[in-house]
Design a protein around this ligand. Sequence first.
Ligand SMILES: Cc1cc2nc3c(=O)[nH]c(=O)nc-3n(C[C@H](O)[C@H](O)[C@H](O)COP(=O)(O)O)c2cc1C
Length: 339
Amino acid sequence: MIYPLARRMLFALPPETAHRWTLGGLHAALAVPGGGALIRRSTRAPGRPVERLGLRFDNPVGLAAGFDKDARHVEAMAALGFGFVEVGSVTARPSPGNARPRLFRLPADGALINRMGLNNGGAEATAARLAALRRRPVPIFVNVAKTHDPALSGEAAIADYVASIAAVRGLADALVLNISCPNSGDGRTFEDPALLRPLLAAAAGALGGGPPLLVKVSPDLEPARLEEVARLALDAGAAGFTATNTTVDRGGLATPGSRLEAIGPGGLSGAPLHRRAVATVKALRGFVGPAPTIVGVGGIRGPAEARAFLAAGADLIQLYTGFIYGGPGTVRRICEGLG
Ligand SMILES: Cc1cc2nc3c(=O)[nH]c(=O)nc-3n(C[C@H](O)[C@H](O)[C@H](O)COP(=O)(O)O)c2cc1C
């Protein structure tokens, strides 16, 4: 109830500052005796258990990749009701990402544009943090991407992914291969079959009998290309998909074109992505049949968008932007609405 007021203050700050302050405040509140119990009581989502990927989820609503890149907030996010948390993207080498500003709010659209550029402290550091967790209150997915370095391509790029996978495989409940980041430095993604086939083979080899592999796809793929990516992924032994990453399409936004031009390049997330992401899940489900797991993500703000993903064939759902706009009660609101 007080979040609209808090949001007005937070939205007066640069987005990355607001992110840091909010999480600082949450950690401080959790550290106060009784603080954790109070927060958990006020944000606890009603149980809606799901079993998938050999895991049990108290509810199907997860935190999407990018919010907790370095696995610093797993317990705090579980306290806010998330049924699972995806950390990362992590990359083999640490990276500061792109120059700031690189994250922009589009309040008129309920959206964000980001070109963070895969800033993270590196897979080894995240692995150490995961290993040091006192508890694992919810399943933890780890998302891996290629180090943000345009010079890294071909076999070196694959070796880079493999190094990350080797670092985190024993600590992840599921491994998400991010092949669809629109801010990859060289502007290329790994959705080109000539690159994807050897990458998938190497990733599956690096995982061995380890955690299940999900492949995160873009909402901007043509249907034929999406079907090909899906087939290659399943042939390599992937257990499913996360759909979708951000879009590079900016059609139909309420935000003025002059503002979009001033922002510059980046991936769009939030409400304007929703229909496209749901359509991607629906198409994927049609291509792959009932068995593979699909995590639906893109523009979820409340129960209506969550239901749209589940109806399209998603087993689990995630959000990032809707959490920024909706605040700490968002997961509970979604779960209550799902019934
Ligand atoms: C600031 C920001 C950073 C992100 N970083 C990552 C990332 O590192 N890896 C990744 O796979 N997706 C990343 N994403 C994409 C989200 O995980 C998600 O797929 C996308 O934002 C759509 O969901 P949403 O509309 O609920 O935000 C990022 C999104 C945002 C807004």
